[in-house]
Design a protein around this ligand. Structure first.
Ligand SMILES: [Zn+2]
Length: 127
């Protein structure tokens, strides 16, 4: 089976506190939704994932770089993760949820995070 997701990693806590300060109320880890989004805002039909760059294959990101040993093993594993992420996003959208993915490497820049969350709440049809 897949890896076990740590439910209270620092990045998630950080994002939650930012969203909380912005005045939005949310629920944590609703298990009934595809991909178990890190943050669920039922009132707005929006979910947020906080993705680790390595495990979720952040493109053009130093932390998303793949190992250069055991290439077959890692390709299979990481490709499967990415495929699963894509499927979950599709499913969520079909169920009427907007989806925002934030990346681990963005979290040190609070300005970027604030801007992305602001955009997310101001645009109804977020890709
Ligand atoms: Zn990254």
């Amino acid at each position: 089976m897949g890896r076990i997701k740590n439910k209270n990693t620092q990045p998630e806590v950080k994002i939650r506190s930012i969203i909380h300060r912005m005045g939005f109320r949310f629920r944590l880890n609703r298990l009934d939704l595809p991909g178990k989004p890190d943050i669920v805002l039922p009132k707005y039909h929006k979910v947020i994932f906080v993705n680790g760059c390595f495990w979720h294959g952040h493109l053009n990101c130093p932390r998303g770089k793949r190992p250069t040993t055991n290439i077959d093993f890692w390709s299979k594993k990481l490709d499967a993760n990415i495929l699963r992420d894509t499927k979950n996003v599709d499913l969520l959208k079909k169920l009427g949820w907007d989806v925002l993915v934030l990346w681990q490497c963005e979290l040190n820049n609070e300005k970027i995070i604030l801007a992305r969350i602001n955009d997310y709440f101001n645009i109804n049809n977020n890709l």
